[in-house]
Design a protein around this ligand. Sequence first.
Ligand SMILES: [Ca+2]
Length: 378
Amino acid sequence: MTQTTKTEVAPIEKTVLVARPVEEAFRIYTEELKSWWPLDSHARDTERRDTAVLEPRVGGRLYERTRDGEELDWGEVQVWDPPHRLVHTWHLGRPETATEVEVRFAPEGDGTRVELVHRGRNTETSDDGLYGFYARNVTLSYCYLHDLGRVPILMREWNGMTVEYCYIARNSSSPVNHAEGVSDSGSDNVVIRNNVWKDIEGTGFIVILGNGGAADNWQIYGNVFFHSAQYGAPPNNEGVAGVIRVLNDASNASVANNWTIHNNSLINIQGLWSGFRIDAGTNNVAFNNLWHNSVRTAHTGVSLSHSWYFNTVPDGDSVSVQMGTGNPFRDISNEDFHLTAATAPGRLLGSPYGTDMEGSPRGADGVWDRGALERSGP
Ligand SMILES: [Ca+2]
C-alpha cells in the first residue's frame, strides 16, 4: 500500500485542577513520573517496567527504564519552560509516528490548572484496530476491519477470543512501525474461523511474539488468507514470514500448544514463507489446508496432513499430500474462492470443523474437501 496522505484527527484536550502550587505541580509532573503514570498498564514493556524518566532540557529524552536497566524511548522534549510549559514528542520508539504533547501549568485559586493537549495524531501510521490487555471472552463477528495503520487485532494475554465471519483487509507495516494481522502474546482459548484476510503485511497473518508465555488452545479454521493483485512488491508491502508465525528466539519466548489449523485456503501469499511456522510448542496439527501460487511454506512445529498444493513448495509436508496444477478456484480476482476442481478426499474431522463460512456442511457429498470453502458435487 502506497501511503501519500496523512489523516489528522482531532487533538485530545484534558484539564485538571491540582491542589499544589504551580512550581510543585510542574516538578511532580516532570520529576516524579513514576508517582502518577500508570506504568502497570501503560508501558512499552509492562513485564519489566520500573520507572519513567524525563530529562529536564530541550532535546531531553522521555523514556521508561526497565528493571534490568534498558531504556525504551517514549519521546523528546521540545519546549522546556519551567514551571509553566512543557512540550514533548510522543512516539513510543517509532519516531516516524511522532505526535506532540503540550502541558501548561497556570495558577488557579490555591492550586494549579494543568492543561494537556495531545495533537498531531493521524489514522495511518500507528493505529491498531482492536487493542487490549488481559481481556476475557470477547467475540468479534461480521466485522469489516480495513486500511489500518498498524495491527487489526492486537491481544496480550487474553483468555477467550473468537474472531468469526470477518473481512480483514490491508494493514500497514514497516520496519520501524511493525505490524501483523493478529498480534498476540500469550493468549489462550482463541478461535479464528471463517474469516477472509486480504493483503495483510508484516511478520505474518497471525503472529505470537514477545514474552507472554504459552498461547494454548487455538483453533484456526475455514479462513481464506490471500494477497491480491493490488498487493504491491516490497518496499510498499512487507512480505510475510509465515501465514502463522510463533516466535521463539533471542527476543521472543512464545510457545504454542494444542493448535488446530484446518481447512484454510492460502492464496498468492507473498514474502518469505507461506506456511505454518511454530518455533516452540506441542500438539499442533493442521489438516485439509490448501496453498495456491504462494512462496515456499517452510512449515515448522506442526503436524500436517491432507494438504493440497498448487505452485507452492510444500517444504516437508508429505502425509496424504495432493499436488495440483492450474487454478482450482472459481475467480480469485473477484474473490470467489469456491473450488472448481475436485479435491482428493480430505481428512474427516469432528465438531466444530464441519461447516464452512457459508454454512455448508463439509463432506455432505461424501468428500470432505480441502480448503476453506466446501464443494458440493463431483
Ligand atoms: Ca464436498
